[in-house]
Design a protein around this ligand. Structure first.
Ligand SMILES: Cc1cc2nc3c(=O)[nH]c(=O)nc-3n(C[C@H](O)[C@H](O)[C@H](O)COP(=O)(O)OP(=O)(O)OC[C@H]3O[C@@H](n4cnc5c(N)ncnc54)[C@H](O)[C@@H]3O)c2cc1C
Length: 281
């Protein structure tokens, strides 16, 4: 449980950090909640870690022109308690509040969580449902990627060598929208055995817009377009929830079989949708 010897640097500016990361032997350190255990187990053996903790401005949370910008170094606690996120993206605040425990929420960051891309992480479901965009920069590039394209496989994202997550751009939820994140937490870690994020808009009793995204069930979070379309075409919550994950091959492990995970996804989709509908005005 002792990591391999490594160097440590703590750049004071973004430019300095990006210049260091041009060398592929270096790895970013954010909250250390995932990287340090991996290094102790020697599953990660970087020659040097580049601590982003002293780079100013990476943990700000702002809103402008209908987009909430969340700095990559914003902790889960900051996301959970930010008045801006609570007002404009309540789904995300609710999701952050269900991550791990107090220590993890105080140290872990949104940038670190999404870059790590654990298949059982909570944020991916909310970010995919919210149609968020991930802002990536390197010493030579600056681009944004939609959340649904960012998460590619288990522990695999579209981050290119030398790039960092700079911030996450989340469109504000409309005031008449209702949303909800429901998860079945692993009893030991709190990670999502399955988690479902749902958003709806209504006109009278009719659902005019539905977004349903699932984490923990497959290699990475996915949107269930078939279930969304059923709802938008007048099907009941029960009918739509009953097809969630139908085209996915669920993960299976000692804790939950594939069939059990599919069952959990449908149960939690029904719960998330019912709560989202009751919150929509
Ligand atoms: C006991 C425990 C329980 C947990 N429970 C949950 C849970 O219920 N739900 C959940 O979702 N998560 C859970 N986690 C994971 C937690 O959310 C971590 O915060 C997260 O996985 C990693 O964030 P971090 O800031 O600690 O990143 P680090 O561990 O510092 O880094 C993780 C990876 O991301 C890279 N990285 C970090 N920042 C950036 C960046 N800005 N740009 C590019 N790459 C970057 C690092 O190089 C590294 O590869 C748990 C962790 C622990 C230890």
């Amino acid at each position: 449980m002792i990591p391999q010897t490594f160097d440590y640097s703590a750049p004071q500016t973004l430019q300095e950090a990006l210049a260091l990361l041009e060398n592929g032997e270096r790895k970013i350190l954010a909250g250390g909640m995932s990287l340090i255990p991996l290094m102790k187990l020697r599953l990660a053996q970087p020659a040097e870690v580049v601590d982003l903790g002293r780079v100013p401005g990476l943990n700000t949370i702002t809103e402008s022109d209908g987009i909430v910008h969340i700095g990559a170094m914003a902790t889960h606690h900051a996301v959970e308690t930010s008045p801006i996120i609570r007002a404009h993206c309540p789904l995300l605040a609710e999701t952050a509040g269900q991550i791990g425990d107090v220590q993890v929420r105080n140290m872990g960051t949104m940038g670190g969580s999404i870059a790590h891309a654990d298949p059982a992480a909570d944020y991916p479901a909310a970010l995919v449902a919210l149609e968020a965009r991930i802002h990536l920069v390197s010493a030579h590039s600056d681009r944004t990627v939609g959340a649904a394209d960012f998460f590619q496989d288990a522990f695999v994202t579209s981050i290119e060598p030398g790039e960092i997550v700079l911030d996450i751009e989340v469109p504000v939820e409309e005031s008449n929208e209702g949303s909800r994140y429901e998860k079945f937490p692993h009893p030991a870690s709190g990670f999502a055995v399955v988690g479902v994020a749902a958003r709806v808009r209504k006109s009278g009793d009719r659902i005019t817009m539905a977004r349903i995204a699932v984490t923990g069930m497959g290699t990475h979070a996915f949107r269930d377009h078939a279930a969304e379309q059923l709802l938008e075409n007048g099907a009941s919550i029960a009918e739509a929830a009953a097809v969630v994950g139908a085209s996915e091959q669920p993960n299976a492990d000692l804790f939950a079989s594939a069939d059990y995970r599919r069952h959990l996804a449908r149960i939690h989709a029904a719960r998330a949708l019912a709560a989202a509908v009751s919150r929509a005005s």
